[in-house]
Design a protein around this ligand. Structure first.
Ligand code: SF4
Ligand code: SF4
Length: 390
């Protein structure tokens, strides 16, 4: 049976008050007051270690709210990914405090919609579009991406007055590896059966971790691991031994798109593995240390991120195998945003792989940020859970 006890919060008092977005905003504001610059980011390909090494704080600008979409549709087609419309709508309506704090904006040529949206906002703040190689296994790709990272460095130097050294970048690589390995340990509490961490807590931890650097965040993550260990020892868990264990893959999830996690939970399931850029994808793979070429090492590692904008994207299947083996989901749900052609097309390949190699049920959900399809999604997820009833 699910134990109906309230677990000890995973954050200490300093971090425990208010929603994660407010806490993150407060953190970025205070770093700015201390002299740091701020870079707004839209993608996992933005090289965080370089940003941190330049005393710049990253602020995530990808938006997951339905509210600014109406404003965005005055310029953008309605049949466009809601993440792009929402992100753009916040910028043109001047309602995104993270964008407001940003000194520079970093963008990448990932999907076509985002790329063209960046063009439309490039006059508002200094914005650099990195040309992302999309055939990552080509031998030139790593060097081309390294050149883009070096160009980004010059752009940030020009617009923020900040600079850095190879030594500082190397230190940030090593710190990032430590942070990411602690994050992976935290995710692994979802592999416990039943899990001792839920999607909401994971989401909060990721939000707070993303802009943070230095010993303070490492201590915070270690403290969270201790608390999770206590949960294991005291027998606290989410759901119960029969709750359907769900891996969610696909497009990034946040804000109004969190409906997918809520539906799974409302129907008695537990989200045990969040595989997307909003989940474990960006934490899984360490950067090579002490190579003597820290920017080259960053370029190599970031090109391994298995986004569907890459072709071929075999690493997504390899990652899926590793996640399934560790987290032992009963089902895999592919979360695809409307008009996201790359994830939508790739869904067939991922689905066949999950069904044939792992013998697991696979469900693709195509949706947006509105709540109009909640009942329909519930019906489909319910049917999925019934198909595995033990
Ligand atoms: S899904 Fe792809 S394009 Fe979107 S944030 Fe992740 S890496 Fe970037
Ligand atoms: S979800 Fe898909 S369409 Fe939307 S921004 Fe990401 S890659 Fe582009």
């Amino acid at each position: 049976m699910n134990k109906k006890v309230t677990p000890e919060p995973l954050f200490n008092d300093e971090y425990a008050s208010g929603p994660a977005a407010k806490r993150v905003l407060g953190y970025i504001q205070s770093r700015r007051e201390q002299g740091a610059s701020v870079a707004g980011l839209y993608c996992a390909y933005a090289p965080m270690e370089l940003i941190f090494a330049m005393d710049i704080v990253p602020a995530g600008l990808c938006s997951f709210s339905d509210i600014p979409i109406e404003a965005a549709e005055e310029h953008l087609p309605a049949n466009l990914c809601p993440l792009i419309k929402s992100s753009y709508g916040f910028v043109i309506s001047g309602t995104c405090p993270f964008y407001g704090l940003s000194d520079v904006v970093i963008a990448e040529t990932t999907c076509d919609g985002k790329k063209k949206m960046f063009e439309m906002m490039s006059h508002i703040k200094p914005l650099y579009i990195m040309d992302l190689p999309q055939v990552p296994n080509e031998k030139e790709a790593r060097d081309e991406w390294k050149v883009m990272i070096l160009k980004l460095k010059s752009f940030m130097e020009t617009h923020t007055g900040k600079t850095t050294t190879d030594e500082k970048i190397e230190n940030c690589i090593q710190e990032s590896n430590r942070k990411n390995s602690l994050m992976m340990k935290i995710f692994e509490y979802g592999a416990v059966h039943p899990p001792v961490i839920n999607w909401n807590e994971i989401n909060d931890i990721i939000s707070i971790t993303m802009p943070s650097s230095g010993d303070e965040i490492l201590h915070l993550l270690e403290d969270i691991i201790e608390k999770l260990e206590t949960r294991v020892e005291t027998g606290f868990h989410y759901g119960n031994i029969n709750s359907p264990r769900v891996m969610v893959t696909g497009c990034p999830v946040g804000g109004d798109a969190l409906k997918i996690y809520r539906i799974i939970e409302d129907l008695g399931g537990v989200v045990v593995a969040l595989d997307a850029c909003s989940g474990m994808k960006t934490f899984m793979d360490p950067i090579d240390e002490n190579t003597g070429d820290p920017i080259g090492a960053i370029a190599e590692r970031y090109l391994r991120i298995p986004c569907s904008c890459m072709t071929p994207n075999e690493r997504r299947l390899t990652n899926t195998d590793a996640i399934i083996e560790k987290y032992r989901p009963d089902v895999v749900i592919d979360f695809v945003l409307h008009a996201c052609h790359t994830y939508n097309v790739e869904s067939y390949k991922v689905g066949e792989h999950v069904k044939n190699r792992h013998n697991l049920p696979f469900l693709k959900i195509v949706t947006d940020y509105s709540d109009g399809d909640i009942e329909q999604i519930k019906t489909r997820v319910q049917a999925l859970f019934e198909s595995i009833e033990r």
